[in-house]
Design a protein around this ligand. Structure first.
Ligand code: ADP
Ligand code: MG
Length: 447
């Protein structure tokens, strides 16, 4: 069956399932790009549409694609660029098979880096200038400028962004680079003990030229993990390789870590990121809307920037909600509609300040499990189920993207997350018990 026919059949089915305005906004201008035995690629006109489809429609689309093709295909979304008309559809379909695979020049594939997080896309202001300069200097001459570089700030202010921007520069220049969250580090280490591959683990880390460790405050409390991290750090540092660390507090505030580790964190340079001022918040919003290819009025930008102050992530979240609503209802974003959305979403901002870790712990607790087991690789029925519920809540309650959730849950692929969260999202309307479970968990958390 040709891609075009498959997609036409899928759209036909979706049209029956999805409310009309939603269909018109999000699905009508999509196209089937191509497929092989494993993956079906769907094209959408903007990055924002891709993200929306991944978040809200992945499961439905995959189910129908599988039904139509009678093949167990994964679905992947990509940006078509420049809108799609019928002529372009043909062109896109001709390019089909390669479009599905990873591009050979993709240095970022093995290094855990998100394309969005580059120095170019980082908006500079007084609140982050120092951290930005330090990160740039380290990216230019890793191992030489400041080692280690220790970045800290409250949530959603750009630590991960800067760490990964360093990673992009270093990796693209052929330096062996690795970005990990401290949870990932912990997990890999624990797994390596379980599988008796600690030697491989050591080698993998100690052969790096640039190691970026995000959210070191989550390094597990276990002594052995600290020991391993300490040795990794020392080996890299003494051989002149770069270590960059981020945390939600300055080194001396990391009371759960050993003294010797804390003091080493202060050997290089420590830089903090503050909450951005109004002007910077506006510049960030303008840059984001431009990136998403959406026209947003200055008065709206100013309104959001005045109302949402605490984190850049919340700024982005508010902007995204407005764009979604305007595209969904097919109306422009006005100051009035923006103000209403900000009013409506005030409670959600409270939710957004919830740490993903808390959700993980609440879900694990509800099922009588350890939070770590949801991050680890275990696949018993109970663990898998709880993990899917966690994926669901992280996406639908915290508004995290599948990629973020994947990274948070020990480096899982975003398609795994979309699948897991989508499964729960699909079942929750029919399975009363599941629904009750999720409600109970929410009650515990948001009460
Ligand atoms: P943290 O790791 O400190 O919690 P992130 O790096 O994840 O924060 O940032 C949250 C979101 O805000 C990301 O999408 C990031 O791209 C964006 N962001 C933060 N600071 C800036 C900035 N100065 N310019 C552009 N985007 C930013
Ligand atoms: Mg972060």
């Amino acid at each position: 069956m040709q891609t075009k026919e498959v997609w036409k059949a899928v759209l036909g089915e979706l049209q029956l399932q999805v409310p009309k305005p939603m269909f018109e906004t999000w699905l009508k201008r999509t196209a089937g790009v191509g497929y092989d035995e494993e993956v079906f690629v769907v094209g959408a006109p903007t990055p924002f549409a891709v993200e929306w489809l991944e978040r809200r429609m992945y499961h439905a689309i995959q189910t129908i694609v599988q039904k139509v093709t009678k093949m167990p295909l994964e679905v992947r979304f990509q940006v078509l660029g420049g809108g799609v008309n019928d002529d372009e559809r043909e062109v896109w379909q001709d390019q089909a098979p390669e479009a599905a695979g990873p591009k050979p020049e993709d240095y970022a594939t093995g290094s855990n880096l998100n394309r969005r997080y580059t120095f170019d896309s980082f908006v500079i202001g007084a609140s982050n200038q120092f951290a930005f300069n330090a990160a740039r200097a380290v990216a230019e001459s890793p191992g030489e400028a400041y080692n280690p570089l220790f970045l800290y700030s409250g949530v959603g202010l750009g630590k991960t962004h800067l760490l990964q921007a360093i990673g992009h520069v270093c990796a693209s220049r052929g330096r062996s680079t690795r970005y990990v969250t401290s949870e990932q580090f912990t997990n890999e280490f624990i797994t390596s003990i379980g599988t008796r591959t600690t030697e491989d683990f050591r080698r993998r880390y100690r052969s790096l030229e640039v190691l970026l460790v995000d959210d070191v405050q989550f390094l597990s409390g276990k002594e052995q993990t600290h020991e391993s991290f300490f040795h990794t750090f020392n080996d890299l540092h003494t051989s002149g390789n770069q270590v960059v660390i981020s945390s939600d507090r300055p080194p001396h505030g990391l009371t759960r870590l050993e003294d010797r580790l804390r003091s080493r964190f202060q050997w290089g340079l420590t830089a903090d990121i503050q909450i951005p001022d109004l002007e910077t918040r506006m510049a960030i919003l303008a840059s984001k809307s431009e990136h998403l290819g959406v026209q947003v009025d200055d008065s709206v930008i100013e309104l959001i920037a005045k109302r949402v102050r605490q984190s850049v992530r919340d700024l982005e979240g508010s902007l995204n909600r407005m764009i979604a609503e305007s595209q969904l209802m097919n109306v422009p974003i006005t100051v009035q509609s923006a103000a209403r959305i900000l009013d409506d979403s005030a409670p959600e901002d409270v939710r957004q300040s919830i740490d993903p870790r808390e959700i993980l712990e609440a879900v694990a607790g509800h099922y009588g499990l350890e939070a770590e087991s949801l991050i680890a690789r275990g696949r018993t029925k109970k663990v898998s189920r709880a993990r899917q519920v966690a994926m669901y809540m992280l996406i639908y309650e915290l508004n995290m993207t599948p990629t973020q959730v994947g990274r948070f849950l020990g480096g899982r692929d975003h398609s795994t997350i979309i699948h897991g969260a989508g499964k729960i999202n699909g079942e929750i309307n029919e399975d009363m018990q599941l629904r009750q479970e999720v409600m109970d968990i929410k009650e515990d958390m948001f009460a």
